[in-house]
Design a protein. Sequence first.
Length: 297
Amino acid sequence: MKKTIFTLLLACIFASLHAQKTYFITSSDKVQLSVSEYGQGKPVVLLAGGPGMTAAYLEPIWKTVIGYRFVVPDQRTTGKSLLVKFDATTLSVDKYVEDVEVLRTRLKLPKITIVGHSWGGMLAIAYAAKYPDKVEKLVLLNSGGVTANFFTYFSDNIMMRLHEIDFEESKKADSTGLNQILTIWPGYFFSRERALATKSDLSASSIGQKYTEVSAAVSKDYAITSKARATSLKKYTAPVTIIQGRQDPVGESTAFETKELLPQTKIHFIEKCGHFPWLEKTPAVNNFFTLLKDELE
């Protein structure tokens, strides 16, 4: 039975998506942003990581967590949300925040529940800092921190887990940034076995336009805006939950930093688990979905 469940989850990864509803919204700077919806029930905005990863890898979440209407935007530069201009005016953290606000307005919701993974959690935090009265709840899945402090060790935590054979990927010619992800993929996992088993599901469609350039630009802006964001978050009083793998390269200190700035934060660590809990071995997968379902109720 466990093998069947895990096989089902793996089958979802980066598979073709079958949204029950897809539409476009127009950002404040006139970018056409694609949004897909899955499931029925209370609306939950689900934000993917990267920045620059397509939302397809989150499919196991909206297929497994029943009873919710997951609203999944293609963040700018990913999926069908394409950019023509790539510079500080289109790739700032505030632009991503305003995209979420345009989505909330389109949904006609006074407040939104946001589930964000990795960079998606950081975007959720940034949104809450600017629009504290528009958030019902934040659920941060293996999220980066409020500030950019974790940047100083995040890459080291990934690199120390890699084997020489992993670096062979980086020698292949590639202009999309996919090889960069393939190279470091095992560094995100507790189980190298699971990392290698899921690595083959990564493809060029897993990342958006100019992935490396976009990720670098947005990360730089996140660092620059850290102090102002931490100050603004003092106005945010709604619930916050962190669900994080104990061995996630973002580190435990990142979660504790968030709790220090937002004392209402609840933290759940999943043992023997890295950055993608739903892709690890069965015990971590089951624990992750139990925690996520409980926190959304």
